[in-house]
Design a protein around this ligand. Structure first.
Ligand code: PEP
Ligand code: MG
Length: 580
């Protein structure tokens, strides 16, 4: 039966492929009684599955050696869990004693282990129950013939390029693992359009629809799917006529994309000659290839916190230094803006382990980003030293997330000075004149922007959080996503005020939130006076095309008029006019 589900369009394009369910496989395990003569065979089947997952882990580790240290640590942990006799031996006893099937024996043993982990006082150990489940799921999938999400193989005759991941929820850490894969698209039941999961989806450059509510329940493994990431639509079991229509649209989109590629080396300037800098947002050093491919003139936002995720420990100063140096060298003289870690909120570091067990009741308003850095001076110094050391190899700008108060800025600048002083004593070279800037992503920062302009060298507006905090809408909650409105007059006022204030004192300001990569907002932002954009690399050429078709002198008065309006309907009408 064919049916259609609607969700949030978070990453454009069309994918046609087979459903690849990311499931809690253990929920689907059935209990079978094995004939006594088949017990040994069942135990051998169990051993083979464990062995296959073990070699899958070591193959993955080998492939990722150059990619990122955090995956190595992640795989090590999972290998250790797999090797634990409680998982790899005890189920064999259960199979023999109870004459049950291997999946069932493993699932029973997993429940016991998970209960044990969950009863621990230490939050870090409690959290490890998750890892136990993940490892067991992978073995169970082997047993039932559906390799798991990080499996090297993807099932008989199906290439990853033809698979569409269907999951209830994916964390940013899950999605970053997909950078190693080539899935056609992914869809989830939950998540907002500027959640980090969505941002990563865009950086994978595959169509994605989030917030489909119950797709994971309704879609069956291997069913034919169409994902329309531009309209936020998932079509399950389409008929031949619909398939034909979407194949046509897919090839039209590909044609448009290849036309856009011609703009890669074109000057990014308006018709009346105003240059606009287009930079890329990246999450891992491996993303620089995409940034250069998109024609980025620099990295406007390197979200370094992704180097910290999915591992049980902190990256060392040298590990971080290597990652930053790789980016700077890869960008070959182009500027690279490195943001100090924005951990907390949805990019959870398991702070319990690192931060002595402090848990937060409201992580979006809690110890996140610079607040966490200032409360963990050692961790912050390690990162600052690594960034400063890398500044010897190219043009690095240092960006600080989530600042809101003058004393935080002063404390941050003092911390940077401390890191510099240490390096000077050691005679380690770094860029003495490194620029330091702030993310403007809290309404207080936008309103009191003078505090920032007097103390810092540049600003970068993080509209994802600025909108979240201005409108009190959780950016990762699909239930309120219809209220997440970049065109709310309050948001526009904050943007215009920040841009104009920076312009007055000649301090560079850019936007690095998702808004910067939306070509329907390009003219509005240019009209406000914005001259620097940073976005996921896949959007750069579409935004450049819009810039090249725009005339600042015409836009400026229209945008001024638009900003005097408070009526949402009128604002949208004026935006349409601007884009006409
Ligand atoms: C933002 O808030 O707009 C931003 C760019 O930072 P992040 O999305 O990483 O929170
Ligand atoms: Mg932010």
């Amino acid at each position: 039966m064919s049916f259609t589900l609607h969700g949030l369009a978070v990453s454009g394009g069309i994918a046609i492929g087979r459903a690849h369910l990311m499931s809690h496989a253990t929920l689907e395990v059935s209990h079978l009684v094995i004939a006594p003569r088949l017990v040994d065979k069942e135990i051998a089947r169990f051993e083979q599955a464990i062995e296959r997952v073990r070699s899958e882990f070591s193959a993955l580790k080998g492939r990722m050696q150059n990619a990122s240290a955090e995956f190595g640590a992640f795989i090590d942990l999972h290998s250790m869990i797999l090797a634990d006799p409680e998982l790899s031996e005890t189920p064999k006893q259960l199979i023999r004693e109870r004459r049950c099937n291997a999946e069932w024996a493993l699932a029973q043993q997993m429940e016991l282990l998970v209960d044990q982990f969950e009863s621990f006082e230490d939050p870090y150990l409690r959290e490890r129950s998750y890892d136990v489940r993940q490892v067991v799921e992978r073995v169970i999938k082997e047993l039932v013939g559906q390799p798991g999400r990080m499996a090297v193989r993807t099932g008989k005759g199906t290439k990853e390029e033809n698979l569409i991941v269907v999951a209830h929820d994916l964390s940013p850490a899950d999605v970053i693992a997909y950078k190693e894969h080539h899935f056609a698209a992914f869809v989830t039941d939950v998540g907002g359009s500027t959640s980090h999961t969505a941002i990563l989806a865009r950086s994978l450059r595959i169509p994605a629809v989030l917030g489909l509510l119950n797709a994971r329940q309704l879609v069956r493994d291997k069913e034919m799917l169409i994902v329309d990431g531009t309209r936020g639509v998932l079509i399950v079991n389409p008929d031949e006529r619909v398939l034909e229509e979407y194949r046509l649209r897919k090839s039209q989109i590909e044609l448009e994309r290849s036309k856009l590629r011609r703009l890669k080396t074109a000057r990014s300037a308006t018709l009346d000659g105003i240059d606009i800098d287009l930079h890329a947002n990246i999450e891992l050093p491996g993303d620089i290839a995409a940034a250069l491919d998109g024609g980025a003139e620099g990295v406007g936002l390197f979200r370094t916190e992704f180097l910290f995720l999915d591992r049980g420990d902190m990256p060392t100063e040298d590990e971080q230094f290597e990652a930053y140096r790789k980016v700077v060298k890869g960008m070959a003289g182009r500027p690279v803006t490195i943001r100090t870690f924005d951990l907390g909120y949805d990019k959870d570091l398991h702070p319990e382990k690192v931060l002595g067990g402090r848990l937060q009741s409201n992580p979006a308003l809690g110890l996140r980003a610079i607040r966490l850095s200032l409360s963990e001076p050692k961790m912050f110094q390690t990162q600052l030293r690594a960034i400063l050391r890398a500044s010897k190899y190219g043009k690095i700008k240092l960006l600080i997330p989530m600042l809101s108060q003058a004393h935080e800025i002063d404390q941050t600048l003092a911390a940077i000075e401390r890191a510099k002083a240490g390096l000077r004593i050691e005679r380690t070279p770094f860029d003495e004149a490194i620029s330091v800037g702030a993310m403007i992503e809290i309404p207080a920062a936008a309103l009191a922007v003078g505090l920032f302009l007097r103390r810092l060298n540049f600003l970068s507006i993080g509209t994802n959080d600025l909108i979240q905090y201005t409108l009190a809408i959780d950016r990762s909650d699909e239930q309120v996503s219809q209220l997440y409105d970049p065109l709310h007059p309050a948001v526009l006022m904050l943007l215009a005020h920040t841009i104009a204030s920076a312009e007055k004192v000649d301090i560079p300001v850019s936007i690095c939130g998702e808004l910067a990569g939306d070509p329907t907002l390009t003219r509005l932002l240019i009209g406000m006076g914005l001259r620097q954009f940073s976005m996921h690399p896949a959007q750069i050429l579409a935004v450049k095309q819009r810039i090249m078709q725009s005339n600042y002198a015409e836009l400026a008065p229209l945008v001024r008029r638009m900003l005097r309006n408070e009526e949402p309907g009128k604002i949208r009408e004026q935006l349409d006019k601007l884009n006409a």
